[in-house]
Ligand binder design. Structure first.
Ligand SMILES: *Cc1c(COP(=O)(O)O)cnc(C)c1O
Length: 458
Protein backbone atom coordinates (compact mmCIF):
# COMPACT_ATOMS: atom_id res chain seq x y z
CA UNK A 1 0.00 0.00 0.00
CA UNK A 2 1.21 3.49 -0.84
CA UNK A 3 1.81 5.71 2.13
CA UNK A 4 0.52 9.20 1.44
CA UNK A 5 3.18 11.89 1.35
CA UNK A 6 1.27 15.15 1.32
CA UNK A 7 4.52 17.09 1.52
CA UNK A 8 6.26 15.35 -1.33
CA UNK A 9 6.00 18.44 -3.56
CA UNK A 10 7.48 20.64 -0.87
CA UNK A 11 10.41 18.61 0.38
CA UNK A 12 13.91 19.74 -0.53
CA UNK A 13 15.62 16.57 -1.70
CA UNK A 14 17.52 15.10 -4.58
CA UNK A 15 14.51 15.43 -6.91
CA UNK A 16 14.32 19.12 -6.15
CA UNK A 17 17.99 19.41 -6.89
CA UNK A 18 17.54 17.71 -10.24
CA UNK A 19 14.65 19.99 -11.10
CA UNK A 20 16.71 22.99 -10.05
CA UNK A 21 19.56 21.93 -12.30
CA UNK A 22 17.17 21.59 -15.23
CA UNK A 23 15.75 25.03 -14.54
CA UNK A 24 19.22 26.55 -14.15
CA UNK A 25 20.38 24.98 -17.36
CA UNK A 26 17.41 26.39 -19.25
CA UNK A 27 17.70 29.84 -17.65
CA UNK A 28 21.42 29.94 -18.28
CA UNK A 29 20.94 29.08 -21.94
CA UNK A 30 18.29 31.80 -22.37
CA UNK A 31 20.22 34.44 -20.45
CA UNK A 32 23.55 33.76 -22.13
CA UNK A 33 22.21 33.37 -25.67
CA UNK A 34 23.81 36.20 -27.68
CA UNK A 35 21.14 35.93 -30.37
CA UNK A 36 17.79 35.01 -28.91
CA UNK A 37 15.20 33.92 -31.45
CA UNK A 38 12.34 36.32 -32.15
CA UNK A 39 9.70 33.55 -32.22
CA UNK A 40 6.07 34.00 -33.17
CA UNK A 41 2.52 33.17 -32.15
CA UNK A 42 0.95 29.81 -32.85
CA UNK A 43 -2.68 28.64 -32.89
CA UNK A 44 -4.30 26.93 -29.92
CA UNK A 45 -4.97 23.81 -32.02
CA UNK A 46 -1.34 23.62 -33.15
CA UNK A 47 -0.11 24.06 -29.59
CA UNK A 48 -2.51 21.37 -28.42
CA UNK A 49 -1.25 19.03 -31.09
CA UNK A 50 2.41 19.64 -30.23
CA UNK A 51 2.16 19.82 -26.45
CA UNK A 52 -0.32 17.02 -25.86
CA UNK A 53 -2.08 16.74 -22.52
CA UNK A 54 -0.08 18.46 -19.78
CA UNK A 55 -2.47 18.57 -16.84
CA UNK A 56 -3.01 15.00 -15.71
CA UNK A 57 -3.94 13.30 -12.45
CA UNK A 58 -0.44 12.09 -11.72
CA UNK A 59 1.78 14.63 -13.47
CA UNK A 60 4.07 14.30 -16.48
CA UNK A 61 7.26 15.09 -14.54
CA UNK A 62 9.47 18.17 -14.54
CA UNK A 63 11.68 16.93 -17.35
CA UNK A 64 8.77 16.48 -19.74
CA UNK A 65 7.01 19.68 -18.66
CA UNK A 66 10.16 21.74 -19.16
CA UNK A 67 10.74 20.04 -22.48
CA UNK A 68 7.30 21.12 -23.64
CA UNK A 69 7.96 24.65 -22.44
CA UNK A 70 11.32 24.84 -24.20
CA UNK A 71 10.30 23.30 -27.51
CA UNK A 72 6.60 24.10 -27.87
CA UNK A 73 5.45 26.91 -25.60
CA UNK A 74 8.42 29.30 -25.47
CA UNK A 75 8.82 29.37 -29.29
CA UNK A 76 5.18 30.47 -29.40
CA UNK A 77 5.98 33.57 -27.31
CA UNK A 78 7.53 36.53 -29.12
CA UNK A 79 10.76 37.54 -27.37
CA UNK A 80 9.86 40.99 -26.19
CA UNK A 81 13.53 41.65 -25.43
CA UNK A 82 14.63 40.88 -29.01
CA UNK A 83 16.59 43.87 -30.39
CA UNK A 84 14.26 44.05 -33.41
CA UNK A 85 11.05 43.95 -31.39
CA UNK A 86 9.98 47.53 -32.05
CA UNK A 87 6.18 47.28 -31.65
CA UNK A 88 4.04 48.75 -28.88
CA UNK A 89 6.42 49.51 -26.01
CA UNK A 90 8.87 46.59 -25.78
CA UNK A 91 10.88 45.57 -22.75
CA UNK A 92 14.59 44.98 -22.36
CA UNK A 93 15.46 43.82 -18.86
CA UNK A 94 19.09 43.95 -17.80
CA UNK A 95 20.75 40.62 -17.09
CA UNK A 96 21.08 41.62 -13.44
CA UNK A 97 17.35 42.38 -13.17
CA UNK A 98 16.38 39.10 -14.82
CA UNK A 99 18.72 37.11 -12.65
CA UNK A 100 17.41 38.74 -9.52
CA UNK A 101 13.85 38.01 -10.58
CA UNK A 102 14.80 34.35 -10.23
CA UNK A 103 15.99 35.04 -6.70
CA UNK A 104 12.74 36.79 -5.83
CA UNK A 105 10.92 33.73 -7.15
CA UNK A 106 13.00 31.49 -4.92
CA UNK A 107 12.48 33.53 -1.78
CA UNK A 108 8.76 33.65 -0.91
CA UNK A 109 8.98 37.29 0.11
CA UNK A 110 5.69 38.96 1.04
CA UNK A 111 6.00 42.55 -0.11
CA UNK A 112 2.71 43.89 1.24
CA UNK A 113 3.72 44.93 4.74
CA UNK A 114 6.71 46.13 6.71
CA UNK A 115 6.05 43.49 9.38
CA UNK A 116 6.46 40.66 6.91
CA UNK A 117 8.83 42.07 4.31
CA UNK A 118 10.78 44.92 5.90
CA UNK A 119 14.06 44.09 4.14
CA UNK A 120 12.46 43.93 0.71
CA UNK A 121 10.30 46.98 1.35
CA UNK A 122 13.38 48.91 2.49
CA UNK A 123 15.20 48.09 -0.77
CA UNK A 124 12.15 48.96 -2.89
CA UNK A 125 11.86 52.26 -1.05
CA UNK A 126 15.50 53.00 -1.81
CA UNK A 127 14.61 52.83 -5.50
CA UNK A 128 11.44 54.91 -5.09
CA UNK A 129 13.44 57.46 -3.07
CA UNK A 130 16.02 57.72 -5.82
CA UNK A 131 13.30 58.22 -8.46
CA UNK A 132 11.66 60.85 -6.26
CA UNK A 133 14.96 62.74 -6.06
CA UNK A 134 15.44 62.60 -9.83
CA UNK A 135 11.96 64.12 -10.18
CA UNK A 136 12.56 66.79 -7.56
CA UNK A 137 9.93 65.53 -5.13
CA UNK A 138 10.41 66.32 -1.42
CA UNK A 139 12.17 63.82 0.87
CA UNK A 140 8.78 62.83 2.28
CA UNK A 141 7.49 61.52 -1.08
CA UNK A 142 6.83 57.81 -1.32
CA UNK A 143 4.80 55.12 -2.98
CA UNK A 144 4.76 51.57 -4.15
CA UNK A 145 5.55 49.22 -6.99
CA UNK A 146 2.33 47.96 -8.55
CA UNK A 147 1.75 45.46 -11.32
CA UNK A 148 1.60 47.97 -14.17
CA UNK A 149 0.77 51.47 -15.33
CA UNK A 150 -2.94 50.69 -15.60
CA UNK A 151 -3.13 49.98 -11.88
CA UNK A 152 -0.77 52.85 -11.15
CA UNK A 153 -3.01 55.35 -12.92
CA UNK A 154 -6.12 53.91 -11.28
CA UNK A 155 -4.56 54.02 -7.81
CA UNK A 156 -3.38 57.61 -8.26
CA UNK A 157 -6.78 58.77 -9.52
CA UNK A 158 -8.59 57.03 -6.66
CA UNK A 159 -6.32 58.87 -4.19
CA UNK A 160 -6.94 62.12 -6.08
CA UNK A 161 -10.72 61.76 -5.92
CA UNK A 162 -10.59 60.80 -2.24
CA UNK A 163 -8.62 63.96 -1.56
CA UNK A 164 -11.13 66.08 -3.51
CA UNK A 165 -14.06 64.49 -1.67
CA UNK A 166 -12.58 65.67 1.61
CA UNK A 167 -12.43 69.24 0.30
CA UNK A 168 -15.76 69.57 -1.47
CA UNK A 169 -18.95 67.76 -2.32
CA UNK A 170 -20.59 67.68 -5.70
CA UNK A 171 -24.26 68.54 -6.25
CA UNK A 172 -26.48 65.46 -6.57
CA UNK A 173 -26.21 63.74 -9.90
CA UNK A 174 -22.92 65.43 -10.84
CA UNK A 175 -19.90 63.25 -11.54
CA UNK A 176 -16.25 63.98 -10.88
CA UNK A 177 -14.26 64.86 -13.99
CA UNK A 178 -10.67 64.04 -14.93
CA UNK A 179 -9.05 66.02 -17.73
CA UNK A 180 -6.46 64.51 -20.03
CA UNK A 181 -5.22 64.59 -23.60
CA UNK A 182 -6.92 62.69 -26.40
CA UNK A 183 -3.50 61.10 -26.83
CA UNK A 184 -3.35 59.86 -23.24
CA UNK A 185 -3.22 56.12 -22.63
CA UNK A 186 -6.36 53.96 -22.77
CA UNK A 187 -5.88 53.11 -19.08
CA UNK A 188 -7.07 56.59 -18.07
CA UNK A 189 -10.44 55.93 -19.69
CA UNK A 190 -10.44 52.45 -18.18
CA UNK A 191 -9.79 53.91 -14.71
CA UNK A 192 -12.55 56.48 -15.19
CA UNK A 193 -14.93 53.71 -16.16
CA UNK A 194 -14.08 51.68 -13.06
CA UNK A 195 -14.43 54.77 -10.85
CA UNK A 196 -17.68 55.86 -12.58
CA UNK A 197 -16.28 59.31 -13.24
CA UNK A 198 -16.27 61.38 -16.41
CA UNK A 199 -13.14 61.63 -18.50
CA UNK A 200 -12.84 64.73 -20.65
CA UNK A 201 -10.20 64.02 -23.30
CA UNK A 202 -8.99 67.20 -24.96
CA UNK A 203 -7.27 67.59 -28.32
CA UNK A 204 -3.64 68.61 -27.77
CA UNK A 205 -3.29 70.37 -31.11
CA UNK A 206 -0.95 69.44 -33.94
CA UNK A 207 2.24 68.92 -31.97
CA UNK A 208 0.54 66.38 -29.68
CA UNK A 209 1.55 68.09 -26.44
CA UNK A 210 -1.34 69.11 -24.17
CA UNK A 211 -0.89 72.40 -22.29
CA UNK A 212 -2.80 74.38 -19.67
CA UNK A 213 -4.44 76.66 -22.27
CA UNK A 214 -6.00 73.57 -23.89
CA UNK A 215 -7.88 72.65 -20.69
CA UNK A 216 -9.13 76.09 -19.63
CA UNK A 217 -12.49 75.71 -21.41
CA UNK A 218 -13.04 72.39 -19.69
CA UNK A 219 -12.42 74.04 -16.31
CA UNK A 220 -15.06 76.65 -17.26
CA UNK A 221 -17.52 73.94 -18.23
CA UNK A 222 -17.03 71.54 -15.35
CA UNK A 223 -15.82 73.90 -12.61
CA UNK A 224 -15.34 72.27 -9.22
CA UNK A 225 -16.12 68.83 -10.57
CA UNK A 226 -12.65 68.68 -12.11
CA UNK A 227 -10.59 66.90 -9.48
CA UNK A 228 -7.58 65.85 -11.56
CA UNK A 229 -5.55 66.56 -14.65
CA UNK A 230 -3.46 63.78 -16.14
CA UNK A 231 -0.43 64.94 -18.07
CA UNK A 232 1.22 62.26 -20.15
CA UNK A 233 5.00 62.29 -19.96
CA UNK A 234 5.71 60.43 -23.17
CA UNK A 235 2.59 59.35 -25.07
CA UNK A 236 2.50 55.69 -25.96
CA UNK A 237 1.96 56.28 -29.65
CA UNK A 238 4.39 59.18 -30.24
CA UNK A 239 6.51 59.58 -27.13
CA UNK A 240 5.45 63.20 -26.75
CA UNK A 241 5.55 64.94 -23.37
CA UNK A 242 2.67 67.21 -22.35
CA UNK A 243 3.52 70.71 -21.12
CA UNK A 244 3.85 69.80 -17.46
CA UNK A 245 5.17 73.22 -16.42
CA UNK A 246 2.00 74.93 -17.69
CA UNK A 247 -0.12 72.62 -15.52
CA UNK A 248 2.10 73.31 -12.55
CA UNK A 249 1.39 77.02 -13.09
CA UNK A 250 -2.33 76.36 -13.47
CA UNK A 251 -2.30 74.77 -10.01
CA UNK A 252 -1.68 78.23 -8.55
CA UNK A 253 -5.15 79.37 -9.62
CA UNK A 254 -7.12 76.11 -9.85
CA UNK A 255 -7.57 73.35 -7.34
CA UNK A 256 -6.84 69.95 -8.85
CA UNK A 257 -4.55 66.96 -8.48
CA UNK A 258 -1.83 66.79 -11.10
CA UNK A 259 -0.99 63.23 -12.05
CA UNK A 260 1.85 62.47 -14.43
CA UNK A 261 1.50 59.32 -16.50
CA UNK A 262 5.10 58.59 -17.38
CA UNK A 263 4.66 54.84 -17.75
CA UNK A 264 6.83 54.76 -20.84
CA UNK A 265 8.51 58.14 -21.13
CA UNK A 266 9.43 59.35 -17.67
CA UNK A 267 12.59 57.23 -17.80
CA UNK A 268 13.93 59.92 -20.16
CA UNK A 269 14.22 62.31 -17.23
CA UNK A 270 17.48 60.45 -16.59
CA UNK A 271 18.92 61.71 -19.88
CA UNK A 272 20.43 65.23 -19.84
CA UNK A 273 19.15 66.06 -23.33
CA UNK A 274 15.53 65.30 -22.56
CA UNK A 275 15.41 66.20 -18.88
CA UNK A 276 14.07 69.70 -19.55
CA UNK A 277 10.97 68.27 -21.28
CA UNK A 278 9.78 67.30 -17.79
CA UNK A 279 10.19 70.76 -16.25
CA UNK A 280 7.61 71.41 -13.56
CA UNK A 281 7.15 67.74 -12.68
CA UNK A 282 8.27 68.48 -9.13
CA UNK A 283 4.90 70.21 -8.63
CA UNK A 284 2.88 67.09 -9.50
CA UNK A 285 0.87 65.26 -6.84
CA UNK A 286 1.64 61.81 -8.18
CA UNK A 287 3.66 60.17 -10.93
CA UNK A 288 3.99 56.74 -12.43
CA UNK A 289 6.77 55.12 -14.42
CA UNK A 290 6.90 51.49 -15.55
CA UNK A 291 10.29 49.90 -14.90
CA UNK A 292 9.16 47.08 -17.22
CA UNK A 293 9.20 49.56 -20.09
CA UNK A 294 12.26 51.78 -20.23
CA UNK A 295 13.95 51.14 -16.89
CA UNK A 296 15.04 47.70 -17.98
CA UNK A 297 13.21 45.58 -15.41
CA UNK A 298 11.34 42.38 -16.22
CA UNK A 299 7.52 42.22 -16.23
CA UNK A 300 5.73 43.45 -14.33
CA UNK A 301 6.34 46.62 -12.39
CA UNK A 302 5.02 50.17 -12.15
CA UNK A 303 6.44 52.69 -9.71
CA UNK A 304 3.75 54.97 -8.28
CA UNK A 305 5.03 57.89 -6.20
CA UNK A 306 2.92 60.38 -4.29
CA UNK A 307 4.24 63.80 -3.34
CA UNK A 308 2.28 63.31 -0.13
CA UNK A 309 1.97 59.56 0.50
CA UNK A 310 -0.53 60.09 3.30
CA UNK A 311 -3.13 60.92 0.63
CA UNK A 312 -2.51 57.55 -0.96
CA UNK A 313 -2.68 55.76 2.36
CA UNK A 314 -5.99 57.35 3.35
CA UNK A 315 -7.51 56.25 0.04
CA UNK A 316 -6.17 52.71 -0.12
CA UNK A 317 -5.65 51.08 3.27
CA UNK A 318 -7.84 48.00 3.61
CA UNK A 319 -9.22 47.57 7.13
CA UNK A 320 -10.34 44.39 8.86
CA UNK A 321 -9.92 42.55 12.16
CA UNK A 322 -7.45 40.17 10.56
CA UNK A 323 -5.35 43.07 9.25
CA UNK A 324 -5.35 45.17 12.41
CA UNK A 325 -1.86 44.05 13.45
CA UNK A 326 -0.61 45.59 10.19
CA UNK A 327 -2.73 48.71 9.91
CA UNK A 328 -2.61 49.78 13.55
CA UNK A 329 1.12 50.30 13.40
CA UNK A 330 2.89 53.32 12.00
CA UNK A 331 5.04 51.17 9.80
CA UNK A 332 5.29 51.59 6.04
CA UNK A 333 3.04 49.04 4.35
CA UNK A 334 3.28 49.12 0.54
CA UNK A 335 -0.22 47.67 0.23
CA UNK A 336 -1.59 50.91 1.67
CA UNK A 337 -0.65 52.90 -1.41
CA UNK A 338 -2.48 51.22 -4.26
CA UNK A 339 -5.26 48.92 -5.36
CA UNK A 340 -3.83 45.67 -4.06
CA UNK A 341 -3.13 43.75 -0.87
CA UNK A 342 -0.91 40.73 -1.38
CA UNK A 343 2.08 41.72 -3.43
CA UNK A 344 5.24 40.32 -4.92
CA UNK A 345 8.26 42.47 -4.08
CA UNK A 346 8.34 43.39 -7.75
CA UNK A 347 10.64 46.37 -7.31
CA UNK A 348 13.54 44.14 -6.27
CA UNK A 349 14.86 43.18 -9.72
CA UNK A 350 15.26 46.90 -10.49
CA UNK A 351 16.82 47.49 -7.08
CA UNK A 352 19.43 44.76 -7.66
CA UNK A 353 20.30 45.97 -11.14
CA UNK A 354 20.56 49.61 -10.03
CA UNK A 355 22.64 48.64 -7.02
CA UNK A 356 24.89 46.52 -9.23
CA UNK A 357 25.45 48.92 -12.10
CA UNK A 358 24.73 52.38 -10.68
CA UNK A 359 22.56 55.09 -12.16
CA UNK A 360 25.08 56.25 -14.80
CA UNK A 361 24.68 53.00 -16.73
CA UNK A 362 20.95 53.65 -16.90
CA UNK A 363 21.49 57.19 -18.15
CA UNK A 364 23.76 55.87 -20.90
CA UNK A 365 21.37 53.14 -22.02
CA UNK A 366 18.38 55.49 -22.13
CA UNK A 367 20.37 58.17 -23.95
CA UNK A 368 21.44 55.60 -26.54
CA UNK A 369 17.80 54.86 -27.39
CA UNK A 370 16.96 58.56 -27.72
CA UNK A 371 19.95 59.15 -30.01
CA UNK A 372 19.00 56.09 -32.06
CA UNK A 373 15.45 57.37 -32.57
CA UNK A 374 16.74 60.75 -33.69
CA UNK A 375 19.25 59.24 -36.12
CA UNK A 376 16.55 57.04 -37.63
CA UNK A 377 14.32 60.11 -37.95
CA UNK A 378 17.07 61.94 -39.85
CA UNK A 379 17.28 59.02 -42.30
CA UNK A 380 13.53 59.01 -42.76
CA UNK A 381 13.56 62.72 -43.54
CA UNK A 382 16.26 62.17 -46.15
CA UNK A 383 14.34 59.34 -47.83
CA UNK A 384 11.94 60.66 -50.47
CA UNK A 385 9.43 57.79 -50.13
CA UNK A 386 9.20 58.03 -46.33
CA UNK A 387 7.57 60.73 -44.23
CA UNK A 388 7.83 61.42 -40.51
CA UNK A 389 4.37 61.84 -39.01
CA UNK A 390 5.88 63.96 -36.22
CA UNK A 391 9.47 64.59 -35.21
CA UNK A 392 10.39 62.28 -32.32
CA UNK A 393 10.77 63.73 -28.84
CA UNK A 394 11.86 60.65 -26.91
CA UNK A 395 12.46 57.27 -28.54
CA UNK A 396 9.38 56.56 -30.67
CA UNK A 397 9.51 57.25 -34.40
CA UNK A 398 6.24 57.28 -36.32
CA UNK A 399 6.38 57.41 -40.10
CA UNK A 400 4.57 56.66 -43.35
CA UNK A 401 5.65 54.88 -46.51
CA UNK A 402 4.41 56.93 -49.43
CA UNK A 403 1.51 55.29 -51.23
CA UNK A 404 1.09 52.41 -48.82
CA UNK A 405 -2.34 51.27 -47.73
CA UNK A 406 -3.17 49.57 -44.44
CA UNK A 407 -2.86 46.24 -46.26
CA UNK A 408 0.65 47.08 -47.49
CA UNK A 409 1.80 47.78 -43.93
CA UNK A 410 0.14 44.59 -42.74
CA UNK A 411 1.80 42.49 -45.43
CA UNK A 412 5.22 44.02 -44.72
CA UNK A 413 4.78 43.54 -40.97
CA UNK A 414 3.72 39.89 -41.21
CA UNK A 415 6.57 39.08 -43.60
CA UNK A 416 9.05 40.54 -41.10
CA UNK A 417 7.65 38.37 -38.33
CA UNK A 418 7.26 35.31 -40.56
CA UNK A 419 10.90 35.54 -41.64
CA UNK A 420 11.94 36.23 -38.03
CA UNK A 421 13.59 39.53 -38.91
CA UNK A 422 11.62 41.90 -36.72
CA UNK A 423 8.34 42.57 -34.97
CA UNK A 424 7.02 45.93 -36.16
CA UNK A 425 3.28 46.51 -36.03
CA UNK A 426 1.23 48.60 -38.40
CA UNK A 427 -0.36 51.60 -36.70
CA UNK A 428 -2.33 54.67 -37.72
CA UNK A 429 -2.85 58.32 -36.89
CA UNK A 430 -6.00 60.30 -37.64
CA UNK A 431 -7.15 57.62 -40.03
CA UNK A 432 -3.88 57.44 -41.99
CA UNK A 433 -2.01 54.15 -41.80
CA UNK A 434 1.59 54.27 -40.64
CA UNK A 435 4.11 52.30 -38.66
CA UNK A 436 6.29 53.10 -35.70
CA UNK A 437 9.56 52.05 -34.15
CA UNK A 438 9.68 52.15 -30.34
CA UNK A 439 13.31 52.06 -29.23
CA UNK A 440 13.87 51.06 -25.63
CA UNK A 441 16.45 48.33 -26.14
CA UNK A 442 20.10 49.43 -26.05
CA UNK A 443 20.93 46.32 -28.09
CA UNK A 444 18.97 47.59 -31.10
CA UNK A 445 21.41 48.64 -33.82
CA UNK A 446 21.04 51.64 -36.11
CA UNK A 447 22.07 49.39 -38.98
CA UNK A 448 19.16 46.99 -38.33
CA UNK A 449 16.67 49.84 -38.13
CA UNK A 450 17.95 51.23 -41.44
CA UNK A 451 17.61 47.79 -43.03
CA UNK A 452 13.98 47.72 -41.93
CA UNK A 453 13.43 51.08 -43.63
CA UNK A 454 15.11 49.74 -46.75
CA UNK A 455 12.77 46.73 -46.73
CA UNK A 456 9.87 49.14 -47.31
CA UNK A 457 11.27 50.40 -50.58
CA UNK A 458 9.71 47.88 -52.96
C1 LIG B 1 1.99 51.36 -21.16
C2 LIG B 1 1.33 52.58 -20.68
C3 LIG B 1 0.35 52.51 -19.67
C4 LIG B 1 -0.17 51.22 -19.13
O1 LIG B 1 0.81 50.51 -18.44
P1 LIG B 1 0.68 48.93 -18.23
O2 LIG B 1 1.91 48.61 -17.47
O3 LIG B 1 0.65 48.32 -19.61
O4 LIG B 1 -0.57 48.66 -17.48
C5 LIG B 1 -0.17 53.70 -19.19
N1 LIG B 1 0.25 54.88 -19.70
C6 LIG B 1 1.18 54.98 -20.67
C7 LIG B 1 1.58 56.33 -21.16
C8 LIG B 1 1.74 53.82 -21.21
O5 LIG B 1 2.65 53.93 -22.19
Amino acid sequence: MNTPHPDRMHRAGSKTEKMLNLAFEYSKKRLLDPEIPLDKPSSASELKRLAGPTITEHGIGAHQALNIFEHVLAPACISVDHPNYLSFIPTAPTKAAEIFDMIVGASSVYGGSWLEGSGAVYAENEVLGWLAREIGFPETAGGVFLQGGTLGNLSALVAARETARKQRTLPDGKRWVVLCSQESHASITAAAHIMDIKVCAISPGDNGSLCADDVKDAFETYGDAVFAVVATAGTTNFGIVDDIASFATLKQTHSFWLHIDGAYGLAAILCKKTQTLFAGIEHADSIIVDPHKWLFAPFDACALIYRCPEQGRLAHTQRAEYLASLTETHLWNPSDYGVQLTRRARGLPLWFSLATHGVAAYREAITYCIDLAHEVAVHIEKTPWLRLVRPPELSVVVFEREGWTKEDYERWSSTLLETQVAFVNPSSHQGRPNTRFAFINPRTKLESALKLLESMKS
